[in-house]
Design a protein around this ligand. Structure first.
Ligand code: 8Y7
Length: 260
């Protein structure tokens, strides 16, 4: 899964139209690099970030989604807003990637109205604004697993069949480095919930904490993390560097029948 952000740079004068153009160009490059899914996001969920309005988010992501549906590469829309989910599904989204795991009022209903769209349920402790302030768990793996199990039940109760679900422990979302490493080491625990596991570690600050590299220089640690996640059972990895990730995973795939 290749990451495509649509977040207008307030210092450039091109505004929304230019940022959509840039996002589409970037998406096309990721398709050339071999992306199997594209994840389009119009609201930053980085630690400390502030929410954007429904209209602003729609104006950012829908034009990009519309430009990409014809490519036949499945498009995921990264949103927690039911209104954005509805529009995205109508415009042909393949998946809704919700870092809030359909906990926003109306979100379960918004995705249940359609019988096909896939949903990624991600764990987050707190909200992006404050989630990294003092994350605490008694047992990170069992707490995250219990949460995801509850969200699977909530989805099923809303009429969403299990074959439409993907789960994600949410690396970096209200977690310390130790929490993240524990989750990665025991990622295979999550496969017992019976739905595919998605992992997003690409360029995250936990990797920078390990190597000391800033966000623009974390490709090697990102490739290592993506590979570890797949070895530990992830079926989808959310990455910025698609070509490098695919090449690293090709080596692993060539080795797979050796029961590594
Ligand atoms: C993740 C994510 C982000 C992730 C899923 C970043 C939107 C922060 N991270 N979605 N989104 N999993 N499912 O650093 O780990 O890319 S945004």
């Amino acid at each position: 899964m290749g990451v495509v952000n649509v977040t207008p740079d307030s210092f450039s004068d091109g505004g929304l139209y230019q940022s959509a153009r840039q996002a589409i160009t970037h998406a096309m490059n990721l398709i050339d690099e071999g992306a199997d899914i594209l994840d389009i996001g119009g609201e930053s969920t980085r630690p400390g970030s502030q929410p954007v309005s429904i209209d602003e988010e729609l104006d950012r992501v829908i034009p990009v989604l519309e430009a990409l549906v014809n490519t036949h590469i499945p498009v995921s829309i990264d949103t927690s807003k039911p209104e954005v989910m509805r529009h995205a599904i109508e415009a042909g989204a393949f998946m809704i990637n919700d870092v809030n795991a359909l906990r926003s009022p109306g979100a379960l209903e918004a995705v249940a109205q359609n019988n096909h769209v896939k949903i990624c349920l991600m764990h987050m402790q707190g909200a992006p604004r404050n989630m990294q302030e003092n994350p605490q768990y008694k047992n990170i793996v069992s707490e995250v697993k219990d949460f995801l199990q509850q969200r699977i039940y909530a989805a099923e109760s809303a009429g969403i069949s299990q074959d439409r679900l993907v789960i994600d422990p949410g690396f970096g979302f209200g977690k310390t480095l130790q929490h993240n490493l524990e989750l990665l080491n025991q990622l295979d625990e999550f496969t017992t919930l019976g739905v595919p596991v998605l992992a997003g570690l690409s360029r995250k600050s936990m990797l920078g904490t390990i190597t000391g590299n800033n966000v623009h220089h974390r490709i090697h640690e990102s490739i290592a993390a993506a590979l570890l996640a797949v070895v530990k059972g992830a079926k989808i990895v959310r990455v910025h560097d698609v070509k490098a990730s695919k090449e690293a995973l090709a080596v692993y795939n060539a080795m797979k029948h050796y029961n590594l």
